[in-house]
Write a protein of this length. Structure first.
Length: 238
């Protein structure tokens, strides 16, 4: 039987509760190739998942290599954070950004930064040469879609022997980057359900940071960070 142009377009999705559903078209109901079509779709989805995972790990490796870490403690926390955040709902838009981290010595009046970004790093972020050339450069939309934001996160102090607080600190600063500017906020909105969109728009920057850290699975780290910040504040004398 001749295959239709839509062959392989059936989509199988699994929600947060583990419920799997099929997204089909009306003509799928009487299609004799439906099983083969579904099998092809699953194979394509699995191949894309493997490709995205490889791309993610390559990019994380590049971020670690390019970023400037002074202490092994923060370096280890950063690696853990990157693996977790790329698996969060924000992971779908992180490829439009290059996150760079710099741990700056405390009490230093000035500090010079140098981030050697290679062409291969940009290709990983932009999805390879194929996507880089599509749409054509002559197309008016080409430049807009090729945009890339470099977001630099400065870490000047951390909390010795408190991994969760350090993770919370990194997560807080990354979340602040996306919450405090218009383009970052738009990228976050792409990851939210319609019911969450209006809630997010009504929040100020601080509320967005807390809300997003909890949504992305950093609730315990946020609490640990707050506890450390409370300890570091000078107590008020009566």
């Amino acid at each position: 039987m001749e295959k239709k142009e839509c062959f392989g377009s059936v989509q199988e999705t699994t929600d947060s509760k583990g419920l799997t559903t099929l997204k089909t078209k009306a003509e799928c109901r009487d299609c004799g190739n439906f099983r083969d079509c579904l099998r092809q779709s699953k194979q394509t989805t699995e191949e894309k998942r493997e490709s995205d995972e490889l791309r993610k790990q390559n990019l994380i490796g590049q971020i670690i290599d390019i970023s400037h870490m002074i202490s092994n403690e923060i370096g280890s926390c950063l690696l853990d954070f990157l693996n977790r955040i790329y698996d969060s709902p924000l992971g779908t838009v992180l490829f439009k950004n290059l996150l760079l981290f710099c741990e700056v010595p405390r009490d230093v009046p000035s500090y010079s930064l140098k981030f050697p970004i290679s062409l291969s790093t940009l290709e990983w972020i932009r999805g390879g040469r194929e996507e880089e050339e599509s749409p054509p450069r002559s197309h008016p939309e080409g430049r807009k879609k090729d945009g890339l934001d470099i977001r630099i996160i400065i870490i000047q102090s951390h909390f010795p022997n408190n991994r969760k607080a350090n993770m919370g600190l990194i997560a807080q600063e990354v979340t602040r980057q996306f919450s405090s500017d218009l383009k970052g906020a738009k990228q976050i909105l792409q990851t939210l359900a319609p019911s969450e969109t209006n809630v997010f728009k009504k929040m100020d920057t601080d509320q967005r940071i807390d809300w997003l850290m909890k949504k992305w699975g950093f609730q315990e780290e946020l609490e640990a960070l707050r506890n450390e910040m409370t300890k570091s504040r000078p107590s008020k004398r009566s």
